[in-house]
Design a protein around this ligand. Structure first.
Ligand code: B12
Ligand code: SF4
Length: 477
């Protein structure tokens, strides 16, 4: 669940008139928490924010004592928190858990800082549960937060600015205890596309900032872990020469297995083959593609056509021909979509022999679609419903009431991740990827089957067996 770094005892603690603790001439004790996510259970990826913000903390406050907590690995209580300063990274769906935890920590006399994509989109909301909110990226202001915390004079808000990504601290090799399979690395921030349901372009900007390749490679070489998840929004970036140089540099090191997100358009261009070959040589085994929808109207509505390029199916097949596994993200249940889209998604997975990660369209705060869908949001739902597995807005079609959309979603996930479907996908992976891609594919498909299964069980517990997804999805309105 957690580790303590640099476990020596703290120095003297002075209690201020306000009742808040100030640490003087001592080590600052900092606890960083990755909050519990509502549906997925144990996530097999080491939380990148803990290893990274932990490293930034030790760089900015070298004597600090650090506790890292992943609340997705086991239940955690506020009494276990050792830090005087508690930092939580808030996503929309984790906001209620994070706020409750923050309130409890503050009631116990600790100071709480909230940051991350949701706290940045709604800083006034976050401020009700925190001593300070960090809006935006942490690099430009986390040092100041730590110094102010140490001096007992935290400001209510710190605004991070977007800096070049040279010289980022190397994430801690913290070896958190937990059921982890993948560790994460990042080589860039920002995305030139503007999909209306996505938080990334407004948070990190539309211009891509790249990390120096030698720093990325040195980091991967230095850290433990053999299977990696690349958290870049598009592994190809916007510069084919840079992409190939990165892949070649990775291939020249201890070749690791890795997977990541990538658009289709980038590999359709004249540099496509070159990038695909170099990526495979570097250990890439799987690409997760934002397919989003089979409907051109929906793609246009979501401003997600640009990244698709021209012949999507041909491109997927070409990638598979290189021995890569392809997994498609599909966004379902939007107000412009019909009930047949669930069935068509299953048919697509079968026809292309691809894995599909379906999500129910979720308007997240800070995105254009949030404003567009605001009048249709179901009143009374908390942020914990904004997971991608819940219907959070009304739909004009009587076939797609919230319960029908959720039922159809769970039914689709169950069908997509049946053992027979997993086996057929594995059998269809090109021999060029044998055996690595097959093995790695299994290692990503099984946790997804578990996570979708857990979401379905939770749904059934709430709605009762009489309305099992199969029954509801197949019944007529
Ligand atoms: C890694 C990742 C994952 C991993 C999570 C691994 C883990 N154990 O944490 C996996 C693949 C499992 C995942 C899954 C999901 N993810 Co995700 N994921 C990401 C991704 C690619 C990178 C996030 C990251 O770790 N970055 C690296 C860290 C070091 O940086 P950072 O988080 O950006 O933080 C910086 C600042 O925000 C700030 N900061 C952040 N937290 C804090 C805290 C404090 C105290 C301070 C001071 C500063 C601070 O400082 C950092 C440095 O500048 C982002 C996309 C993106 N580009 O951000 C999506 C993203 C975070 N995911 C998102 C979503 C929706 C999901 C899913 C719900 C999708 C789904 N329906 O299945 C799932 C569910 C997760 C679950 N727990 O079950 C959304 C969240 C949007 C939102 N408003 O909440 C994002 C932004 C993607 C998007 N396109 O919108 N995800
Ligand atoms: S969904 Fe992907 S391609 Fe679209 S804006 Fe977000 S990060 Fe960029």
């Amino acid at each position: 669940m957690g580790v303590r770094c640099d476990p020596e005892a703290a120095g003297e603690v002075r209690i201020e008139a306000s009742g808040r603790l100030a640490v003087e001439g001592s080590r600052l004790k900092v606890t960083l928490i990755s909050p519990e996510f509502p549906f997925s259970g144990r996530v097999p990826v080491v939380p990148p924010i803990l290893e990274y913000l932990g490293a930034l903390t030790l760089r900015e406050a070298p004597g600090a004592e650090l506790q890292l907590v992943d609340a997705n690995q086991r239940a955690v209580t506020p009494t276990e928190i050792e830090g005087d300063l508690v930092g939580l990274s808030v996503w929309t769906a984790t906001a209620p858990w994070a706020y409750r935890f923050a309130d409890a920590c503050r009631a116990a006399g600790k100071r709480v800082v909230l940051g991350g994509i949701h706290a940045s989109a709604l800083p006034d909301e976050a401020a009700r549960h925190a001593d300070a909110v960090v809006v935006g990226e942490a690099e430009s202001c986390w040092g100041e937060v730590l110094r102010d915390a140490r001096a007992g004079r935290l400001a209510p808000r710190y605004d991070g600015v977007q800096l070049p990504l040279d010289g980022l601290p190397m994430p801690l090799d913290a070896r958190l205890e937990g059921h982890y399979v993948f560790r994460a690395f990042f080589t860039m921030r920002g995305c030139p596309y503007s999909c209306t349901f996505c938080s990334v372009h407004s948070f990190f900007g539309k211009a891509i900032r790249y990390r120096p390749i030698d720093e990325v490679v040195a980091e991967i070489e230095a850290r433990g872990g053999r299977i990696w998840f690349n958290g870049d929004d598009n592994i190809w970036g916007a510069d084919p020469d840079r992409a190939v140089a990165l892949f070649d540099a990775l291939a020249a090191g201890k070749r690791r297995s890795w997977y990541g997100f990538g658009d289709l358009r980038s590999v359709q261009g004249e540099h496509g083959e070159r990038m695909l070959r170099a990526a495979r040589r570097s250990g890439l085994f799987s690409v997760w593609v934002g397919w989003e929808s089979d409907s051109p109207e929906a793609l246009r509505d979501y401003r997600a056509s640009g990244k698709q390029g021209t012949d999507r199916i041909e491109t997927v097949k070409r990638m598979q021909g290189h021995g890569l596994e392809v997994v498609l993200f599909a966004v379902l249940g939007g107000r412009g979509e019909d009930a047949g889209s669930f069935e068509r998604t299953l048919e697509l997975a079968d026809r292309l022999r691809v894995g599909i990660h379906p999500v129910l369209l979720t308007p997240l705060p800070g995105t254009p679609i949030f404003e567009q869908y605001r009048p249709h949001l179901i009143p009374g739902l908390g942020w914990e419903a904004f997971t991608g597995v819940r219907a959070v807005f009304d739909h004009p079609s009587a076939d797609l009431t919230p319960v029908r959309r959720e039922a159809a979603y769970h039914e689709l996930c169950r069908e997509l991740y049946r053992p027979s479907m997993i086996a057929r996908r594995l059998a269809a992976i090109s021999w060029k990827g044998f055996p690595g891609t097959h093995l790695m594919s299994l290692m990503t498909q099984l946790p997804m089957r578990r996570a979708f299964g857990k979401a379905r069980e939770t749904w059934l517990a709430e709605h009762g067996p009489a309305s099992s997804p199969t029954a509801v999805a197949r019944s007529q309105p």
